[in-house]
Design a protein around this ligand. Structure first.
Ligand SMILES: C[S@@+](CC[C@H](N)C(=O)[O-])C[C@H]1O[C@@H](n2cnc3c(N)ncnc32)[C@H](O)[C@@H]1O
Length: 218
């Protein structure tokens, strides 16, 4: 595999956090110019839009988990409706490096804070730190499963707004839908609204629609 020709099969082939670190270390430089451009990726637009449609000025700061090169933050901060500051967390220092270069039209950093962290472990974040949590492209093959919500609920304060993109094949099959249903019964979260948004504008998965789950922490 060459350094510039990664695709969805490579992303879906990873199994462990170390596989992820290795893949994204090699992919970071060409992630946007290759995969994102080739497939006219637009999932981040739908995820950011779902957050902004529900957000108020109280829903910050916002943590973008699995922020990658910073596409979600870029969309959020370019939208006049974004009422909050945005932080990012990712497993890959190389992807975080790319995110750190993102600037707003006012030439300020898109992300006020970027953290290295593993969503399959304890996050380096205090309890109740965030008024919002957003994620796109991270709850997918070989990446992160529903158990990560234990930590995401911990770092969110009561009332925090979540907008979480989840791979369409995993939403039911990997237990996300069931997890959210039991969290509603346990009064941990509000009843989720599940939007379906386009993932790509071109390429082999052009017709794929992916869930974005929006709810609030109780
Ligand atoms: C497909 S990329 C999506 C990046 C970005 N959100 C986007 O929409 O372009 C998945 C990201 O999840 C990160 N990731 C994978 N497993 C992770 C984990 N266990 N903890 C934190 N980040 C993880 C990867 O490093 C990568 O940056």
């Amino acid at each position: 595999m060459g350094s510039g020709d990664f695709d969805l099969d490579d992303a879906y082939a990873v199994e462990t956090p170390d596989d992820n670190r290795d893949l994204y270390a090699r992919w970071a430089d060409t992630y946007e110019s290759g995969f994102i451009t080739d497939n006219a990726y637009r999932y981040h637009l739908g995820v950011a839009g779902a957050f902004l449609d529900a957000a108020s000025a109280d829903d910050g700061p916002l943590m973008d988990v699995g922020c990658g090169t910073g596409l979600v933050g870029e969309v959020l901060r370019s939208d006049h409706r974004c009422p909050v500051t945005v932080h990012g967390l990712d497993l890959s220092p190389e992807m975080l490096d790319r995110a750190s270069t993102k600037r707003t039209v006012d030439d300020t950093p898109v992300y006020d804070n970027l953290l290295e962290g593993d969503l399959t472990a304890v996050l380096p974040v205090d309890d109740g730190s965030y008024g919002g949590v957003i994620s796109c492209g991270t709850f997918t093959h070989g990446h992160v499963g529903p158990a990560a919500f234990d930590e995401l609920y911990r770092i969110a304060r009561p009332g925090a707004l979540f907008a979480i993109g989840i791979n369409p094949d995993h939403f039911v099959a990997h237990g996300f839908e069931a997890r959210f249903a039991s969290d509603v019964v346990a009064d941990v979260i509000t009843q989720p609204i599940v939007h379906r948004v386009p993932t790509y504008g071109a390429g082999p998965h052009v017709n794929q629609m992916s869930p974005v789950v929006v709810f609030r922490r109780r």
